[in-house]
Design a protein around this ligand. Structure first.
Ligand code: PLP
Length: 416
C-alpha cells in the first residue's frame, strides 16, 4: 500500500474536512481555531465567499494559458490591482507560483542587472527550499545542512536580534550595520555584490521584526554601492503586519519586492515587482515557468485584494494585532519560561527559554501539542525552534483573538 512520506506523516494528527473563516473542521468532527492559516496564506480566512466565487467563475472560462505564450484577463487585472498598492516606482510585475521561485527570479534579476555574482542575506532569514533560496536561508540547520553544496556567491551577515544578544535594539542595529560594512570591505566587495535580501519580519527565523533603522541602513548602502535591495514580503506582505507591506513600518523602499502567500488566500501565485528599468535587464527566457501566473490563482488574487480593501483588513490586522500582542504579553508575565513576546500586526510570537535563558524548543513544541487538545492550531519557528508563532487570518475577530489567547494560556498550563 502507498503511504505518505515520513515527513508528511509528522504533520499534526488533524485531518481537515472543511474550513471557513478562522475555523477548521476536522474529519474527527472537532472545530479547531486556526492560528496557522496554512503558514500565513489564507489571508481572507478559509474559503472567503468572494474568493471562492472568483475562482469558480474562472475555472469555467479559462484555467491555464502559459503566460509567456498567451496572456489572460485575470493576470492583467491583477497587475492593475497591484499597481494600487505597490510602492511608487515599482511599476513592472512578473509572476511565479511560490515564494521560493519568486526569490530565485529576484536573484537572477539582480545578477543580470548588475553583472555581479554575490548576494548578501541575513542570519535567521528564510527564503525558501529550492537550492538557491535555501542558500539564502539560515533560519535553522534543517533548511540547509545535509544536502549541500548549495548555491555559491552567498554571504550571510548578522541580523540585529536584540533579544538574543541581550542588547537594546539600537545597539544591535549599530552592530549589524558595522558587520555589514566590514563584509562589504573584506569578504564580498562592493564590486562583487549584486543584492541584499531580507524580510521585513523574519518569518521562520522567529517572527522578529526587522528594526526600521536597519532597513533604512540597507537602503542607504544599496544606493551608495549600486546594490539591488530585495525585500522578501512573502510572509509579511498583503496586510499581515498592519500595513499593506511590512517594510512600510520604516522609511525604506525596495528595488525589488517579492510577495506570495496571502496574495491569493491559498491559491499558488507569487509576484516580483521592480521598476521597468530594472525589470528590463532580464532577458526573454531568463524568467518564467509553465504554471506561473495561473489564471485561477490570478483571479483569486484579484478577489483577495478586493476583499482586503473592501473589508478594511489591513486596519483589522493592526487592531487585532494590538489585542493579540497584549494578550500574549499577559501570558508572558504569567509564565516564567517566556523570554520574549514580540511581533507586528498579526505576526506575533512567544519565545521560550530555560531558566538559564537558553532557547527551549521542547517548551515550544509542548505548547503547540497541548494546543491541539484545546482545539487550537499553532506553529513553531525560530532558528532554535523555540518560538510559537501566532498567525490568524486577517479577518479574525476580537472574540476569536480573546478565545485564542485563552486557549494558548490553557495549552501553556498543560504543556509547560
Ligand atoms: N520567503 C519567505 C519570507 C517565506 O516565509 C517563505 C515560506 O515560508 C518563502 C520565501 C518560500 O515560499 P514558498 O514556500 O512558497 O516557496
Amino acid at each position: 500500500m502507498t503511504a505518505l512520506s515520513p515527513i508528511l506523516q509528522q504533520a499534526t494528527p488533524v485531518i481537515v474536512d472543511h474550513a471557513s473563516g478562522s475555523w477548521i473542521v476536522g474529519t474527527d468532527g472537532r472545530r479547531y481555531l486556526d492560528f496557522t492559516t496554512g503558514i500565513g496564506v489564507t489571508s481572507t480566512g478559509h474559503c472567503h465567499p468572494r474568493v471562492v466565487a472568483a475562482a469558480r467563475e474562472q475555472v469555467g472560462s479559462i484555467i491555464h494559458a502559459q503566460y509567456t505564450t498567451l496572456l489572460h484577463r485575470p493576470l492583467l487585472e491583477l497587475t492593475e490591482k497591484l499597481g494600487e498598492v505597490l510602492p511608487d516606482g515599482l511599476d513592472s510585475v512578473f509572476y511565479a507560483n511560490s515564494g521560493s521561485e519568486a526569490v530565485e527570479a529576484s536573484i537572477r534579476l539582480a545578477r543580470m542587472a548588475t553583472g555581479r555574482p554575490n548576494i548578501i542575506a541575513f542570519h535567521g532569514g528564510f527564503h525558501g527550499r529550492t537550492v538557491a533560496a535555501a542558500s539564502l536561508t539560515s533560519a535553522g540547520t534543517k533548511f540547509r545542512s545535509g544536502f549541500s553544496p548549495l548555491m555559491g556567491g552567498v554571504h550571510l551577515a548578522p541580523f540585529p536580534y536584540a533579544y538574543r544578544y541581550g542588547w537594546d535594539v539600537e545597539t544591535a542595529v549599530d552592530f549589524a550595520l558595522r558587520e555589514l560594512d566590514y563584509l562589504l570591505q573584506t569578504v564580498s566587495s562592493v564590486a562583487d555584490t549584486a543584492a541584499f535580501i531580507i524580510e521585513p519580519v523574519l518569518g521562520d527565523g522567529g517572527y522578529l521584526p526587522t528594526p526600521p533603522r536597519f532597513l533604512e541602513g540597507l537602503r542607504e548602502r544599496a544606493d551608495r554601492h549600486g546594490i539591488v535591495f530585495i525585500l522578501d514580503e512573502v510572509q509579511a506582505g498583503v496586510g499581515r503586519t498592519g500595513k499593506f507591506w511590512g517594510h512600510q513600518h520604516s522609511a525604506a523602499t525596495p528595488d525589488v519586492l517579492i510577495t506570495a502567500k496571502g496574495l491569493a488566500s491559498g491559491f499558488p501565485i507569487s509576484a516580483i515587482a521592480a521598476s521597468t528599468e530594472l525589470m528590463s535587464k532580464a532577458w526573454p527566457g531568463s524568467q518564467g515557468g509553465t504554471y506561473g501566473g495561473n489564471a485561477v490563482a490570478a483571479a483569486a488574487a484579484v478577489a483577495t485584494l478586493d476583499v482586503v480593501r473592501d473589508e478594511g483588513l489591513v486596519e483589522n490586522a493592526r487592531i487585532r494585532g494590538v489585542e493579540l500582542a497584549s494578550g500574549l504579553a499577559r501570558l508572558g508575565q504569567e509564565f516564567g519560561q517566556v523570554g520574549d513576546v514580540r511581533g507586528l500586526g498579526l505576526m506575533q510570537a512567544l519565545e521560550f527559554t530555560t531558566d538559564a535563558g537558553e532557547p527551549d524548543a521542547d517548551a515550544a513544541r509542548a505548547v503547540q501539542q497541548a494546543a491541539i487538545d484545546q482545539d487550537l492550531l499553532l506553529l513553531t519557528c525560530g532558528g532554535y525552534g523555540n518560538v510559537v508563532r501566532v498567525v490568524p487570518a486577517l479577518t479574525v475577530t476580537a472574540d476569536e483573538i480573546d478565545e485564542g489567547v485563552r486557549r494558548i494560556g490553557a495549552a501553556m498550563k498543560v504543556g509547560l
